[in-house]
Write a protein that binds this ligand. Structure first.
Ligand code: SAM
Length: 374
């Protein structure tokens, strides 16, 4: 069970919770502070350390830098804790600890993921974390959980994490195994969001197979559902996806394809080829409209001459139609997605670099082709 201890909660904690919270942190504290365990006064030293800790926790209840303490329980017992503090308007992860009896159970990662959901809900985009360079365990934890190094000095490494990307990665990792099943279900029911998915797939295949050779970049390759038939026909495929689990499944279908496990934005710096087709199938909608446009402009340089970007997705001709679609599917609509709208693309800078066409497949979905003109 996950709990948020905001300032008012911290000011009203039960003694039992304070004791449990301290018990998580109470591991080798005497040694950390340079005391000898054989010191005859060790019990009173321990009492002082404990008081320091509890005073600190209580001070968080009145400290303007406190965002919140976060707590994970297993069967009622606190097993993992951390806090987020605000310094100069930036959010820092601090004090992430797991109870010594509960190591190796993934509780710290689980707590971090829950915290990230909370932060995302509060529209917090980035968190930082400072780790001592000698603390290998913590350094590894940060690498494993998607943090990137922002800076380093003799003592510390400063990490940064994009909250939205990490939450999305978790969602897709979680969804990977059942992704294809949910696509089929939605498609069979002819409903948002995947009504027409197979038609989109075969139209993409038709466009690509007009060329006998092509290098295809699939942005958001997922389980490789769209790419694998083309791979099997001998087309060269590179797949980008932020979800490791999705890539694992795609790799099974396309063992010799190239993969980049990263966000769209980061992957661009890792691309070292020109592509005849760049595909975004049900993937670009995770980015806000202006971010979509900027990305599509940025990858212009990665397209071979007369290459094209193909976007299959929930999409409409204009905002009005998108609003109507939203109204119709309101109860299952995902408010965090920005489905492509022809009108927005046509009114943007994209028209200066691409010839834009749009084929409406059904009320939900459609296919864009942006052919490189310059
Ligand atoms: C709905 S799935 C579509 C998968 C595949 N293109 C298909 O048509 O079946 C979206 C995919 O995009 C990936 N994705 C979402 N946002 C991403 C981002 N910002 N960078 C890289 N991959 C992303 C997800 O991990 C997921 O595999």
């Amino acid at each position: 069970m996950f709990e948020t201890w905001n300032k008012s909660k911290i000011n009203n904690l039960f003694q039992k919770d304070i004791e449990q919270w301290f018990d998580v942190l109470n591991h080798g504290l005497e040694k950390d502070r340079g005391f000898d365990l054989s010191d005859p006064n060790i019990e009173s030293i321990r009492a002082v350390i404990k008081k320091d800790y509890i005073d600190y926790l209580k001070s968080c209840g009145n400290n303007q830098n406190t965002y919140a303490y976060f707590i994970l329980r297993d069967d009622g017992t606190i097993v993992s804790v951390c806090r987020i503090v605000i310094v100069d308007g930036k959010y820092y992860l601090e004090g992430l600890e797991t109870h010594r009896n509960y190591y190796q159970k993934g509780y710290a990662s689980k707590l971090l993921n829950k915290v990230l959901y909370e932060l995302k809900r509060d529209n917090i985009k980035t968190i930082y974390s400072i780790v001592r360079n000698h603390n290998n365990k913590s350094l590894n934890f940060h690498y494993k959980n998607g943090f990137e190094v922002k800076g380093k000095d003799d003592e510390d490494t400063i990490f940064v994490l994009n909250v939205e990307d990490q939450v999305r990665k978790e969602l897709f990792d979680h969804w990977a195994k059942n992704y294809n099943k949910s696509v089929i279900k939605s498609e069979q029911e002819e409903t948002y969001p995947f009504a027409g998915y197979s038609k989109v797939k075969y139209q993409i295949i038709d466009i690509v197979t007009k060329r006998s050779f092509a290098h295809i970049l699939d942005m958001g390759v997922g389980t490789g559902e769209i790419m694998s038939p083309l791979y099997n026909l001998g087309y060269k495929v590179t797949g980008v996806d932020l979800s490791e689990k999705m890539i694992d499944l795609a790799k099974k279908k396309m063992p010799n394809a190239m993969f980049i496990c990263d966000t769209f934005q980061n992957s661009i710096t890792k691309l070292n080829d020109q592509y005849d087709f760049i595909i975004f199938n049900y993937s670009i909608h995770h980015l806000e409209y202006q971010v979509q446009i900027d990305l599509l402009l940025k990858i212009h340089k990665n397209l071979s001459s007369q290459g094209s970007i193909i976007i299959g997705d929930v999409s409409t001709l204009n905002r009005e139609d998108m609003n109507k679609l939203h109204e119709k599917y309101d109860s299952i609509w995902d408010d965090e997605e920005y489905y492509p709208i022809l009108d927005i693309y046509q009114k943007s800078d994209l028209k200066n670099y691409y010839k834009i066409s749009y084929n409406k497949i059904n009320e939900v979905t459609g296919l864009f082709e942006l052919v490189k003109t310059e």
